[in-house]
Design a protein around this ligand. Structure first.
Ligand code: G
Ligand code: G
Ligand code: MN
Ligand code: NA
Length: 254
């Protein structure tokens, strides 16, 4: 398989990078970023994550890739903690189910935090509903350990998987991320408006922070604010960009 071999080389030859997509509050002030993996192949150019993450999960390559992502993210948080403009920001990292299931997952994160000196309260782990399918109890235990160490846990793609409500009450989450599919047709679609409103009310009722992703228009943002959602990510505020560009966006917003 060409892709599998190329992906092994990509890890070894440092072809992977992280891009950063800004997250803002209701006053457009930067509150953080989501780290998004990018692969630039020397001959084939940019290969999108949707084209290689599923394969990386199947082959287990997601484990070394995920460790690289976490190490890089922790290094970035540590660097930001030394800059006035950046030190308040959180950084969200996508964690795939297979990576989460690894026995060394929690220890790997803790050792990166120690190695880099990154403040744990700035690292947010984005997990999906599929993570708990295997064993809710053991997933919950791992997440509790992470929470005890100061990390935040965001439930990504909320509403698109199975048994969402079950997980909501059993997992120690700090944030719900409203999936882009529920944001796209706002505010015109009455159905999507009702779903968004319900997710926001439920999240707030459970004491969770609620963030909407895929926000592309001011009308979407204004509708979400009116429903009580005060954190946003989407092209309206910025696309995923290299770290230097992201830092410039944050400084420009001060
Ligand atoms: O920019 P976008 O095309 O970045 O991302 C596409 C998909 O790839 C999203 O579902 C996102 O969660 C996933 N993704 C992006 N970066 C990472 C990563 O570092 N690890 C994992 N597991 N998934 C990622
Ligand atoms: O699955 P996850 O939520 O981790 O993936 C985030 C994905 O959404 C990334 O591919 C990111 O590039 C994409 N994305 C973020 N904001 C927007 C947006 O406003 N519009 C579109 N079309 N995609 C977005
Ligand atoms: Mn995500
Ligand atoms: Na999502």
């Amino acid at each position: 398989n060409w892709l599998e071999k190329a992906l092994r080389d990509a890890i070894r030859d440092h072809q992977l990078t992280l891009h950063y997509q800004i997250q803002v509050d209701a006053e457009d002030r930067p509150i953080g970023a989501e780290a998004l993996l990018r692969w630039f192949h020397p001959e084939r150019g940019a290969i999108p994550p949707d084209a290689f993450i599923p394969l990386a999960e199947e082959t287990g390559l997601i484990e070394p890739i995920g460790r690289w992502v976490l190490a890089t993210a922790c290094g970035q948080i540590a660097a930001w903690s030394r800059q006035d403009a950046m030190r308040g920001l959180t950084l969200a990292v996508n964690i795939s189910a297979r990576q989460f299931e690894s026995d060394s997952f929690v220890d790997d994160i803790l050792s990166e935090i120690r190695r880099t000196g990154a403040p744990a309260d700035k690292l947010k782990l984005e997990v999906t509903e599929s993570l708990a399918i295997g064993d809710v109890q053991s997933s919950s235990r791992k997440l509790h350990t992470l929470r005890d160490n100061g990390f935040s846990i965001s439930l990504d793609d909320f509403g698109t998987g199975n048994s969402s409500l079950n997980y909501l009450t059993k997992l120690p989450l700090t944030q719900l991320k409203i999936d882009k599919s529920f944001v796209d047709e706002l505010p015109a679609s009455h159905r999507d408006a009702m779903v968004a409103q319900t997710i926001i009310n439920m999240g707030r009722g459970l004491g969770l922070d609620v963030i909407a992703e895929g926000v592309e228009t001011a009308a979407q943002r204004d509708f979400l604010v009116a429903q009580g959602c005060y954190s946003f990510q989407g092209y309206l505020f910025g696309k995923p960009v290299p770290v230097g560009e992201f830092e410039a966006q944050v400084r420009a917003a001060l």
